[in-house]
Design a protein around this ligand. Structure first.
Ligand code: BTN
Length: 240
């Protein structure tokens, strides 16, 4: 069960690194959650930095051993995590969208990001480190296009309550990992920009396109001038 063990740290380089080190020592129970008040070297997608003020946001990683997930289906884990976060935020009354690949946005602003690092065994995912950064009580993001629960709900939120709510949602949703069609249907029906014209940056140029789907491999399929193009994370940027 996710959250059967919770380790709360005051400060760490990155909760994902912390889990990776415990994996090396073979000392982890499936579903262990690492929570920290502060990260010194928080990591984001594409080698970016995840910075957060100390003590105000949810910074956590889950050590998760999927029951039977092949490498070719690894993006379903990403979709499952995005669905879980979106579902949790909707339960708090927020109009949350999934922004490909697995960010969560509210009213065009990022509220949560996910960094998943998989450990493989042959053609299967042996285990995954699911890192989640969710903005809870931070109210100033400088020039970053971000928001938080506090900004959206106009109230202080206990990080522990958010953690337990999210863990509950993980456990509630984990069964959908056995039903890829269901995952695809929930993921696409909450996907930001699906079937609507919007601007992207591709090769440094602004381009108008329409998101049609996200493939099994996690590529973004965008219709541009009547041609369907598939993009990897580094190849396309959204314009907000
Ligand atoms: C992104 O949107 O770029 C992903 C951000 C993921 C941040 C979380 S915070 C907890 C965990 N530890 C890390 O170093 N990163 C993830």
């Amino acid at each position: 069960m996710i959250g059967s063990k919770i380790i709360h740290l005051e400060s760490v380089d990155s909760t994902n690194n912390y889990v990776a080190n415990l994996i090396k020592g073979n000392s982890l129970v499936n579903g262990t959650v690492i929570l920290t008040d502060e990260q010194i070297e928080g990591r984001g997608q594409r080698g970016s930095v995840w910075s957060s003020l100390s003590g105000v946001n949810l910074l956590m990683s889950v050590y998760f051993e999927p029951a039977n997930l092949s490498v070719e289906h690894q993006f379903y884990l990403s979709k499952f995590v995005a669905i879980t976060l979106m579902d949790y935020l909707k339960s708090k009354g927020l109009n949350a969208d999934i922004k490909w690949p697995n960010d969560i946005y509210v009213k065009g602003k990022k509220i949560a990001g996910v960094l998943i690092e998989n450990q493989l065994s042959g053609t299967n995912i042996k285990s995954a480190i699911i890192g989640v950064g969710l903005n809870v009580n931070q109210i100033d993001f400088g020039d970053i296009n971000a928001t938080s629960l506090k900004l959206e709900l106009s109230e202080f939120n206990s990080i522990d309550e958010v953690l337990f709510g999210l863990i509950q949602n993980f456990n509630k949703n984990v069964g959908i990992l056995e039903d890829f069609e269901l995952i695809d249907s929930i993921y696409h029906s909450n996907l930001l920009g699906l079937n609507t014209k919007r601007l992207f940056v591709i090769n440094g140029k602004q381009v108008c396109g329409i998101i049609k789907s996200v493939s099994q491999e996690g590529k973004l399929n965008v219709l541009i001038k009547e041609n369907l193009n598939s993009f990897d994370l580094k190849e396309i940027k959204f314009v907000f």
